[in-house]
Design a protein around this ligand. Structure first.
Ligand SMILES: [Zn+2]
Length: 95
């Protein structure tokens, strides 16, 4: 059976998936490089950066309105439910 490992914060910048993201290396400054099994690209994870792209935010908000809970959305996208609720709040406050 195939096991899918999902780690928090690991999202492929190309396909946006959080599963099948493999750790490749980690240097002294804490930079992690990951490999996406789906599209075969390497990308750098910057643990200090806690910002998410507008695209991912919109995806998260859509997922929330599709019926997922804040916690569920956070699990899928790899961020905290507080973030999710903040974005939804900001999104609905738009004039
Ligand atoms: Zn990918």
């Amino acid at each position: 059976m195939k096991k899918t490992k999902i780690e928090e914060g690991k999202i492929c910048p190309k396909c946006g998936r959080s599963e099948e993201q493999v750790n490749r290396e980690r240097n002294r400054s804490g930079t992690r490089r990951c490999y996406c099994k789906h599209c075969g690209i390497m990308y750098t994870l910057e643990p200090k950066k806690r910002e998410y792209s507008e695209e991912i935010r919109q995806q998260a908000i859509k997922t929330y309105y599709a019926g997922a809970s804040g916690r569920g959305v956070g699990k899928v996208f790899g961020f905290s439910k507080a973030n999710v609720y903040n974005w939804i709040k900001k999104n609905t406050e738009k004039p």
